[in-house]
Design a protein around this ligand. Structure first.
Ligand SMILES: Nc1ncnc2c1ncn2[C@@H]1O[C@H](COP(=O)(O)OP(=O)(O)OP(=O)(O)O)[C@@H](O)[C@H]1O
Length: 630
């Protein structure tokens, strides 16, 4: 059969070549003798030579091809199938198909011209059972149908010349004609670029790293700054190490995140990079969370404290817009801490609070005081009052170290007719107002405290164990959420229980990982960055920057793997990565610069390279320091 079809194709091609020359295809006039001969051969190839004569007399014009089926002798089902295939071959091989079909009732109502071929008119002509569809190759029939379908180019297709107005006309005219148009429900892309950039800014999980400057103590000890930030998204950690023969060397670790902010970045810029893009979404039922994470003394509190103030400024400004004013939205503030697995209200003399879940699994902190706020100054006072009530202690790295997780919440609620601007949350929504959206600012306790549980008194060890537990639980929840797991282990700690409703549904999370730049904090810094990297790589959006990594100049003593990467063009990066991976398979991808370690080395001045560890593996291979970070 296959051979027969091929023959038919050849014959049909010959027929077209001839017919095009003679003009018979276009004129449907009498075919030449040569044309008859070709036609006869062509029909013969399909075993239909007895049909040659009437066809020859009419010429090959696909408009009359159905006549072949109808009245020129093709009677048996088998014959009709053969004719059908020949006709289809004509469609495949020849241009005449593009010649307009005389409009049928269907083509006038928007069905493609060639659909006329399958119109009831023709189906009626062919008669029931004329085409035994089961005997035909379904895919052939299907492809024929698809090919013959007229194609109306999409106004949104790249390369299309349609203008905005054209697109609008297409849509509106279809609507006017009352046609069911599924596209009509799709929002019109007014400015795609703008939409995309907005969406990027408010990714579901955003991970930002902030490096603080060396402090006085570190400067006095002449500690090195081992963290280099470049292009606001990448950073190198130069880890001082010793070989077994006591030769000093530096191991370089490279990371990239949604943003990396160096020691010169102000709190204002931190706000713009982290919280500002989320603010408008809070009016759209988003529960946002901004978490500061990092070692003690790395700048979590320093970073976190100004953020709610700036957020309140923007929220109040938005609340004054008529659209929200008219809906009588109000801003409410609460501030509490989780210390030793218990909740305390920082704005109500550290009153102990308890947490409940309502029937809709909404978290309610019973007894928590909420204050309606409408001006930044008042918010500042509340924050100061809350900070003063916070559990702090002294650590080697920070004289006023936070020993608790502090949670400041700003909630937009629909106003209810009650006089007082302060109230105690009893979980009664009808009294407290319907929540629209909220943002929680969480200043976590120092992350290494969980690991350091041996060097302190009993109380500190209990604190450490609790912090450890909550950070582990937080990581597990983020992991579970990103894997779309049905069971999210919120109950793993008080912190995650409190955050439960901030993580499910319409949520946005910004994690600010704070790092200390001094050599003495290297291990903690790496752990913080690995934790952050994990959070980011777990997120669905992943870390697109990793794939766009720039490859700055490299030191002379880099491995062959890295040199490969250095010369890369953007397009070649992926291939080279794969190549390098193959070359180095089975080997640890750790780039070692065999510099003799000099305590006065200025790492900021060193040319930096991108660590093969991250490029090649996408993730650290090295064992993670503790469960918290894993
Ligand atoms: N980016 C920065 N610029 C200037 N100073 C900073 C910066 N970050 C932190 N500091 C200073 O470093 C010290 C420690 O910061 P902070 O208290 O915010 O650390 P922390 O991470 O909250 O510590 P802990 O977990 O122990 O509470 C503070 O004196 C703070 O002023």
């Amino acid at each position: 059969m296959g051979g027969q079809v091929q023959q038919s194709n050849a014959a049909a091609t010959a027929l077209y070549e001839h017919a095009a020359d003679s003009g018979s295809l276009h004129n449907a006039g009498p075919a030449s003798d040569a044309g008859d001969a070709v036609m006869a051969r062509w029909l013969q190839s399909a075993g239909l030579q007895h049909l040659a004569s009437p066809l020859a007399s009419t010429g090959i014009d696909h408009r009359i091809l159905p006549n072949l089926m109808q009245g020129y002798g093709a009677q048996s089902a088998e014959e009709k199938q053969r004719v059908f295939k020949l006709m289809r071959n004509l469609n495949f091989n020849g241009e005449p198909v593009s010649e307009p079909y005389p409009p049928t009732a269907q083509t006038l109502s928007g069905v493609s011209a060639s659909d006329g071929f399958y119109s009831s008119e023709f189906r009626g002509d062919f008669g029931a059972g004329l085409l035994d569809l089961h005997a035909m190759d379904d895919t052939e029939l299907l492809s024929e149908h698809v090919i013959s379908e007229t194609f109306e180019p999409s106004p949104f297709m790249p390369g299309g010349t349609a203008t905005f107005e054209d697109c609008f006309d297409v849509i509106s005219s279809k609507q006017e004609r009352g046609q069911a148009d599924p596209d009509a429900l799709v929002p019109f892309p007014i400015n795609e670029k703008e939409t995309n950039s907005k969406e990027n800014n408010v990714a579901k999980i955003k991970v930002v790293v902030r490096k603080r400057p060396l402090n006085k103590k570190e400067l006095a000890k002449k500690e090195d700054d081992i963290v280099t930030v470049y292009e606001n998204a990448y950073l190198n950690v130069h880890e001082p190490k010793l070989k077994v023969d006591l030769t000093a060397y530096v191991e370089k670790h490279e990371f990239c995140f949604d943003a990396v902010l160096d020691q010169h970045v102000t709190n204002d810029e931190v706000y713009r990079e982290t919280v500002e893009p989320i603010i408008p979404t809070i009016f759209e039922r988003t529960k946002a969370t901004c978490i500061a994470y990092g070692q003690t003394g790395s700048g979590k509190t320093f970073t976190m404290q100004p953020l709610p103030l700036r957020a309140v400024e923007d929220l109040i400004r938005l609340l004054h817009q008529p659209v929200y004013c008219n809906q009588r939205f109000k801003l409410w503030l609460s501030y509490f801490e989780i210390y030793g697995g218990k909740l305390f209200d920082l704005l109500s003399d550290r009153k102990k609070l308890c947490m409940r879940e309502d029937g809709r699994q909404q978290v309610c902190i019973v007894g928590l005081q909420e204050f309606e706020v409408s001006d930044v100054q008042i918010v500042k006072e509340y924050i100061e009052r809350g900070n003063a009530a916070r559990s702090t202690g002294s650590t080697g790295a920070n004289e006023e170290s936070s020993r608790s997780h502090a949670i400041l919440q700003l909630a937009i609620k629909k106003h209810n007719e009650i006089k007082e601007n302060k109230r105690i949350n009893d979980g009664n929504e009808s009294k407290s107002g319907k929540p629209v959206g909220k943002i929680s600012f969480i200043d976590l306790a120092g992350s290494e405290r969980g690991a350091d549980t041996t060097d302190n008194d009993r109380q500190t060890r209990i604190e450490g164990a609790e912090i450890n537990k909550s950070l582990l639980a937080l990581k597990e929840c983020i992991r579970a959420l990103d894997n779309d797991q049905i069971h999210i282990p919120f109950r793993g700690s008080k912190l995650t229980e409190v955050l439960r409703d901030s993580f499910v549904g319409n949520s946005k999370t910004v994690m600010i990982s704070c790092i200390s730049p001094n050599a003495g904090s290297c291990e903690h810094t790496l752990n913080t960055l690995r934790y952050a990297d994990r959070v980011k790589s777990l997120s669905k959006s992943g870390n697109p920057r990793k794939d766009q990594a720039p490859f700055p100049q490299v030191n002379k003593e880099v491995s062959s793997t890295s040199s490969l990467l250095v010369s890369a063009n953007a397009e070649d990066v992926y291939d080279q990565r794969q190549e390098a991976k193959a070359m180095d398979i089975g080997r640890r991808f750790v780039e070692k610069e065999t510099l003799s370690y000099n305590s006065t080395t200025d790492f900021d001045k060193q040319p930096s390279s991108f660590s093969s560890k991250y490029i090649l593996n996408g993730r650290e291979e090295k064992g993670l320091a503790s469960g918290i970070y894993g």
